[in-house]
Design a protein around this ligand. Structure first.
Ligand code: ASP
Length: 594
């Protein structure tokens, strides 16, 4: 006969141990455990329950012969019921020891049970290796977060945040909060807006970063600031972006660029240590120009070797237009490729504007001496893949050589990833950090037909390039830098402009009228007039960092309640329409059809 389940109250009961704690040395101890029914095996007279909490799993035994009332109650247990049990820790017999559980040498013989709550059948098993569609996971995120890998990821995230705070505190940084309801900040994306009820028609913006506030804190004399802070950017969500994400943000007064690196390198080492990785420092430093010339990207993956410009070894314009680079790409250990595989590589290059030369025998026949030197320069060995790539058409862009290097960089990565199973260079646990420095000050905006700040408009110009601000913006370098890990930009920062006259010049070079500059950043310009010290800083993406350390492929795996690629929260169904009264209060009206 089906019994109806009556739930128990917790009363005064206290838990004595976690489910991950008991060991052989605890045999004979009385214990009270509380947690969730992870698995239940009913052998009739004996029922085994794996009881789970955050710390682990312990086997609990209910024996009809010893305690029939408690055994009867245990018959009602189902997956994910919440229970407390009181009992005695006992050693398992050698043949029943479970080596997969930390508590596997013992079990708890239950003497009392409290069923604190029942549970509907969960939407998926609370197991790590069960594939569940992502929309189901996100809809039942509270259940998804019970799964071991999600628990592990969020524990890691918490430990990382704590290590960051501890380390920066030890270096004299102060954690200071900055507002979420503010004005537009210029990190280059669209702002999320919050309508003001008290000032109808006016809007706050959610900060894309605390950039201006942290600079103002330097003007205020705090000297070393940090914050683990949420930032908001309303972008069309590409592959792995979130509209809100977290940065480790910091700023220092009177810093040399190197001093910022000297804070971040040990910080990064500590964070990696939390995940069990020992990282050598200092990290290599490459200028943007070097990174482009050797990797074709400002976020090089150093696990693959650099490529080499080799046009100097060939007669002028022999394998591509004069004045543009010819690049030798080497991927070690790939071994021979089939005709089809070669065609795929060539097609990938062609789509990006390259002419790819893969027929080495022919090249060696036509250019024996240059090819011998290419082999010397790239140190190509017998089993390596060696390709030459030049530009197929007319020079393109404001820095045409960069277009060639960029396309070659993509080809290098494509080949490296595609044949990774043959050379195994792209090991995710091999952490290759580097600094990329001396970025260009400006990027050409093809749509707006004007120069934009490559980092943001508060970034200092390189001392030697001040004259190029307006004369040669394409070649003007900034005092900005990125920290890169395995081809991913982990963070970026810069030495800031601390003088009003220079800030005004840069706004000018960016095409802001004085009026516009005053309207948008007047308070900053004014603050720079009140004794602003030289200052600089950086922000590191916490989500990405934890993602890489956790060995995950998406930041959604390390964010407790992430949004989908369309920016929606499937669990609480946000964003959502609001009642007309709420709109009226805000002085807002929706256009028909919206
Ligand atoms: N505010 C910048 C960003 O969010 C970082 C910085 O310049 O410190 O990318």
């Amino acid at each position: 006969m089906e019994q109806t389940l009556v739930l128990d109250f917790l009363g005064e009961l206290r838990r004595t141990h976690s489910c991950g704690e008991l060991r052989a040395s605890d045999a004979g101890t009385r214990t009270v455990l509380m947690g969730w029914v992870h698995r239940r095996r009913d052998l009739g007279k004996v029922i085994f329950v794996h009881l789970r909490d955050r710390e682990g799993v312990t086997q609990v035994v209910f024996n009809e012969g010893v305690n029939p009332g408690v055994h009867d109650r245990a018959e009602m247990l189902r997956s994910e019921y919440v229970v407390a049990i009181e009992g005695t820790v006992a050693l398992r017999t050698p043949e029943t020891i479970n080596p997969n559980l930390e508590t596997g040498e013992v079990e708890v013989r239950a003497e009392r049970i409290w069923i604190l709550n029942d549970s509907r059948t969960p939407p998926f098993p609370m197991e790590e290796n069960v594939d569940v569609a992502e929309d189901v996971r996100l809809k039942y995120r509270y259940a998804d977060l019970r799964r071991p890998h999600m628990q592990r990821n969020l524990v890691l995230r918490s430990k990382v945040s704590f290590a960051v705070r501890e380390f920066l505190d030890s270096q004299g940084f102060l954690e200071i909060e900055t507002p979420f309801m503010t004005r537009s900040t210029p990190e280059g994306a669209r702002d999320f807006l919050v309508p003001s009820r008290l000032q109808p028609g006016a809007f706050y913006a959610l900060p894309q970063s605390p950039q201006i506030f942290k600079q103002l804190l330097m003007v205020s004399g705090f000297e070393k600031y940090f914050q683990i802070v949420r930032c908001f950017r309303d972008e069309d969500l590409r592959a792995d972006r979130q509209p809100e994400f977290t940065q480790i943000d910091l700023e220092m007064s009177f810093p040399q660029q190197e001093q910022i690196f000297e804070v971040i390198e040990p910080l990064v080492q500590r964070v990696c240590a939390v995940a069990g990785y020992e990282i050598p420092a200092p990290f290599p430093r490459l200028t943007y120009a070097e990174a482009m010339r050797s990797y074709g990207t400002d976020k090089p993956d150093l696990r693959l070797p650099p490529f080499h410009a080799v046009e100097d070894l060939f007669p002028d314009a022999a394998l591509g237009p004069a004045g543009l680079p010819l690049v030798a790409i080497l991927i070690p250990g790939v071994g021979p490729l089939s005709r089809r595989e070669r065609d795929e590589l060539k097609a990938f290059g062609t789509e990006r504007g390259l002419r790819v030369y893969d027929d080495l025998r022919r090249l060696e026949r036509d250019f024996a001496e240059p090819m011998a030197r290419v082999r010397g320069r790239t140190r190509a060995a017998e089993n390596d893949l060696l390709l030459l790539a030049g530009w197929a058409g007319e020079p393109k862009g404001q820095r045409p050589e960069e277009s060639v290097f960029q396309a070659c960089g993509q080809l290098r990565l494509y080949a490296g990833q595609k044949y990774n199973d043959r050379h195994l260079l792209l090991n995710p646990a091999n952490f290759q950090f580097l600094w990329v420095v001396d970025f260009p000050m400006f990027e050409w905006g093809d749509e707006e037909k004007r120069w934009n700040a490559a980092h943001h408009p508060f970034t200092s110009v390189h001392d030697d390039d001040i004259d190029k601000l307006t004369a040669d913006p394409a070649r003007c370098r900034a005092k900005s830098y990125d920290i890169v890990l395995n081809g991913v930009e982990l963070g970026s920062g810069s030495i800031r402009i601390h003088r009003r006259d220079i800030q005004a010049k840069v706004f000018n070079a960016l095409g802001f009228s004085d009026e516009e500059a005053r309207r948008r950043f007047g308070f900053l310009l004014e603050a720079l007039e009140y004794g602003a010290p030289p200052h600089g800083g950086i922000a590191l993406g916490l989500d990405r960092f934890v993602m890489i350390l956790a060995g995950e492929n998406s930041i959604r795996e390390v964010i407790p309640f992430p949004k989908t690629a369309k920016g929606t929260d499937l669990m609480c169904d946000a964003p959502s329409p609001v009642p007309p009264e709420q709109l009226r209060d805000l002085g807002l009206q929706l256009r028909r059809g919206q």
